[in-house]
Design a protein around this ligand. Structure first.
Ligand SMILES: [Zn+2]
Length: 167
């Protein structure tokens, strides 16, 4: 097993601070007790494929995302840049907007893939937009070398602005 296949479950798994994604005994025991059952490989493959569609002529940094919700359908996204840079949209938001536009407002998990040294970190805008629909969505960030990190949005964005913020 290559060291690049290490998957860490940040601060969430009481028993394992780090484990391998293909050690399904560990992974599934965590899945069973701590989070909804997510089949990561189809999501990872979908995100990798979506990355190939990235429109990133300015950054040269293609990103792919794949999201799954309650209905079980996978929605993909890639970053779509614009010559007016501020109009650029990240892959995560494209995937989420596609899901919501098709009636999926209960996202369970999202995978994000990019060619980074470590697994990708989601930008603040995407964290906030995801939090609108599920503050506990599972986030698996991966690079193209196989490094994967699973966490929850509530860990990435502990105090999101939301409906309750306006009460
Ligand atoms: Zn983003």
């Amino acid at each position: 097993m290559r060291s690049t296949e290490v998957l860490t479950w940040k601060n969430r798994c009481a028993m394992y601070s780090g484990f391998f994604i293909d050690r399904s005994d560990h992974f599934n025991s965590c899945e069973a007790t701590m989070k909804p059952n997510i089949k990561w490989e189809p999501l990872l493959n979908a995100a990798r494929e979506a990355r190939k569609m990235a429109y990133a002529p300015y950054s040269g940094f293609p990103v792919g995302a794949a999201l799954i919700g309650e209905r079980g359908k996978i929605y993909t996204g890639c970053n779509v840049e614009n010559s007016s840079y501020g109009l650029t949209v990240c892959a995560e938001r494209v995937a989420l907007y596609k899901a919501v536009s098709e009636g999926e407002t209960q996202p369970k998990a999202i995978v994000v893939v990019a060619d980074t040294e470590k697994s990708l970190s989601l930008c603040g805008a995407c964290r906030q937009v995801l939090a609108e629909f599920n503050t506990e969505i599972l986030v698996l960030a991966a690079n193209t070398k196989g490094v994967k990190t699973v966490t929850t949005l509530s860990q990435l964005l502990p105090e999101p602005f939301g409906k309750k913020s306006m009460e």
